[in-house]
Design a protein around this ligand. Sequence first.
Ligand code: F6R
Length: 369
Amino acid sequence: EKGGHDWFMEKEILEQPQAVHDTLLGRLSETGSILLDEVRLTDQDLRDVDKIFVVACGTAYHAGMVAKYAIEHWTRIPCEVELASEFRYRDPVLDRSTLVIAISQSGETMDTLMALRHAKEQKARVLAICNTNGSTIPRESDAVLYTHGGPEIAVASTKAFLTQLAACYLVGLHLAQVRGIKYADEVASVVEQLRAMPEAIATVLADLDGMRTLARDLSTRNTVLFIGRHVGYPVALEGALKLKELAYMHAEGFAAGELKHGPIALIDEGTPVVCVVPSPAGRGVLHDKIVSNIQEVRARGARTIVIAEEGDDAVVPYADHVIRVPRTPTLLAPFVTTVPLQVLACEIATARGHDVDQPRNLAKSVTVE
Ligand code: F6R
């Protein structure tokens, strides 16, 4: 049933091109618009939205953090992302014109469910993004957009993350379109870029030679740090989470610009730092900033593992190890940059002799608060 793979996680990582393809299927029109009639929110409902909250836990929360960049950019609606377990305890400002997006693979996560119940009590509209048909979270929501990732069996979430991103992007683009704001023009070109993501993910998966050797090397370390900027920041957090839960290693993700405000003190000789580098083409400033951050950590002895676009030579002088991903527009980069981090965590955990599919102390769906 693992299809010849050692772990369900490995199988699920390899299923990602298909999972993203299936999630987009039938939802992108030939003329470059978004087809989301299945989501039972009227165009008027969507035009009335003046604030968005994304609530979720763990990996789904990281998907929401990525989505915030895209949703705000395209819709110009303020979007906040909040850990579901914190949301209702701080009395957030919610009303009829607030859209709450609850992201959950299982649809049974109690923290997320309680956050959505709180939102409904305050009259906000709730849209669920969920992978499990008929589960509690979509049942209790006003509307649902299912990810079509297929069952995820490994405890660590992989294909759910990429399909959640795809679903969030569909929602963001749909909102932009319905509201007809400035960035609505971009929708058609982003639709084309989204269509190309399954193939881009497959390219990353086909080109991961050297990952096992790298993983074996890193498996004896105590700490691995991850840095990124913009959408690369939540990707860094996700890379660190995968490593914590599977390899039981101390791993932390940082916004690269924050290093100098404290965390850089952690770095000494040989500390591995995984750097998620944005495209030099999109927002050149971001790219140059992170190249300086890589220089800074290397000057303090870090061993740098750099995830960078094909053809980005600026990182080479400061990289101990380069992992290449295909050229991808800035906002879509997490579809490709997350994948090597998933594989790295899986390989490091394997090298340390752990049960990758069933990490200690964790359950696939967390039904207590
Ligand atoms: C991490 C992981 C968890 C889940 C979180 C939310 O690999 O699997 O962090 O992402 O427990 O679960 P769902 O999406 O089912 O609500």
